[in-house]
Ligand binder design. Structure first.
Ligand SMILES: CC(C)(COP(=O)(O)OP(=O)(O)OC[C@H]1O[C@@H](n2cnc3c(N)ncnc32)[C@H](O)[C@@H]1OP(=O)(O)O)[C@@H](O)C(=O)NCCC(=O)NCCS
Length: 145
């Protein structure tokens, strides 16, 4: 099935939250997505299969720096290249906004995401000790766009 990428609409947010709950142990509340969508400096992208939303990303661009704040694919569709496709599109859009670097953080135990980021060109630039609520550390990663 062919995937396509578009912006998110407010009517997508319930589905975004369902994916969020199935993709993360510590999901964001629905209100966080409602807030992000209303803020001009946050950008978003959604990936659809036919008309079904299967993943989303939120990011921001300030000067030459972009930062991914959330990206997830519905676990039913993991491992099919959709995460790669979505992140590639986010990079493309960030470049159009003059970003030349993109940053993100992830749990050091998140091997799937780490592999995706490495494959797309991210490098580790630091480690935040006890960054997450359960005390887990985060890798800080950077990609030159
Ligand atoms: C991280 C995530 C977005 C990847 O999405 P995806 O659609 O499964 O990723 P892709 O199919 O595009 O895979 C891209 C690369 O990721 C890695 N990857 C994907 N699934 C993997 C798995 N089960 N085990 C190890 N690496 C994996 C591989 O390097 C893969 O490249 P390859 O297929 O050439 O080997 C997805 O796993 C997800 O939503 N996870 C939960 C939320 C999350 O952790 N978000 C990131 C927080 S920082």
């Amino acid at each position: 099935m062919k995937a396509h990428i578009d912006f998110l609409a407010i009517s997508d947010l319930q589905r975004v939250h369902e994916i969020e709950k199935s993709a993360y142990e510590d999901p964001w509340p629905l209100q966080s997505f409602i807030d992000l969508l209303s803020l001009d400096h946050f950008k978003h992208a959604a990936i659809y299969l036919e008309k079904s939303l299967i993943g989303y990303a939120f990011y921001q661009v300030a000067s030459i720096e972009a930062q991914i704040v959330n990206i997830a694919i519905d676990p039913k569709y993991h491992g099919n290249g959709y995460g790669f496709l979505l992140l590639s599109k986010v990079h493309e859009e960030a470049k159009k906004l003059n970003a030349s670097e993109c940053f993100l953080e992830l749990r050091i135990s998140n091997q799937k995401a780490f592999s995706l980021y490495e494959k797309i060109g991210y490098k580790k630039i630091g480690r935040r000790i006890g960054y997450y609520d359960n005390g887990e550390d985060a890798w800080m990663m950077k990609c030159t766009l």
